[in-house]
Design a protein around this ligand. Structure first.
Ligand code: SF4
Ligand code: SF4
Length: 259
């Protein structure tokens, strides 16, 4: 064993209910983090894992089953910094959105059959249950943002994560605006930056996968999309899909009702 590594900060990488997309991004970038940490738990990628106190716990997925909640509480009590990683962990994503339409019991019965012993909870992001120190959204997360968060935490301070909108990154890249030039239903004005304006950079509309930006201007968004002929149902469905909080969804709904 390399004893010099034993003094490095300990990290753990855990997954609750999600698609594991964040774990793949972490795995792909682990070589850049590994010189500075000891990975004491990463069940997705290694077979020897320990549940012990760590400096940083990265957690992806939403709380959607009783064992998710039990695991999350154990992680919280053993971690100095808890980082919610990805849209599921930060906002609840598509599973939270589905819970607005069906109950967990209805979904379990539809997927696993009536009488299934599987227990499910209404899907929620991590901060519905425990204190979260850092929220790193994305679907999946952006590798540069991940490395920046890790660099800050390893220097013992909380990272700065922008909550400005995607339009800011789009303008910095000097992209053509697909909302104005192509009349596409781009949600960039109300979506948090972080992806580098990925979709508009390829000529496609942002559909809001990063979750809402700070103080989203729902009325302005509803007005411009309505002027371009988009219907309330379609746009609210897009907003709801990535787990936008209920209060923002009702703000959007009221904004549409006025236009
Ligand atoms: S393309 Fe979308 S994200 Fe880019 S500036 Fe236009 S509205 Fe904003
Ligand atoms: S542009 Fe919008 S939908 Fe596309 S990756 Fe960025 S936040 Fe997600």
């Amino acid at each position: 064993m390399d004893h010099s590594r034993q003094s490095l900060p300990c990290i753990a990488i855990h997954s609750l209910t999600g698609c594991a997309g964040e774990l793949l991004v972490i795995l792909e970038n682990l070589d850049k983090i590994l010189p500075f940490v000891q990975v004491v738990s990463f069940p997705f990628a290694q077979s020897k894992n320990e549940m012990r106190p760590v400096d940083i716990a990265l957690v992806e997925g939403s709380v959607s089953q009783p064992h998710d909640l039990e695991k999350l509480r154990a992680i919280r009590s053993s971690a100095r910094w808890l980082v919610a990683v990805g849209n599921c962990a930060v906002w609840g994503c598509v599973q939270k959105s589905a819970c607005r339409i069906w109950s967990p019991e209805q979904m379990v019965a539809a997927i696993y059959g009536e009488g299934s012993p599987i227990e499910a909870l209404p899907s929620q992001p991590l901060d519905s249950h425990v204190r979260v120190d850092v929220k790193l959204s994305g679907c999946p997360i952006n590798a540069t943002q991940l490395l920046s968060v890790m660099a800050s935490l390893l220097k013992d301070h909380l990272p700065y994560i922008t909550h400005k909108c995607v339009c800011l990154e789009c303008k910095l890249k000097e992209n053509c605006c697909v909302l104005i030039e192509k009349n596409l239903p781009c949600l960039g004005p109300i979506t948090a930056a972080g992806c580098g304006a990925l979709c508009p950079s390829f000529g496609a509309a942002c559909y809001g996968c990063w979750g809402p930006c700070e103080a989203p201007q729902m009325e302005a968004m509803a007005t411009i999309l309505s002027e371009k002929g988009y219907q309330t149902k379609e746009i609210l469905g897009r907003l709801a899909a990535f787990g936008i909080p209920d209060e923002l969804l009702s703000q959007a709904s009221s904004a549409w009702a006025k236009v």
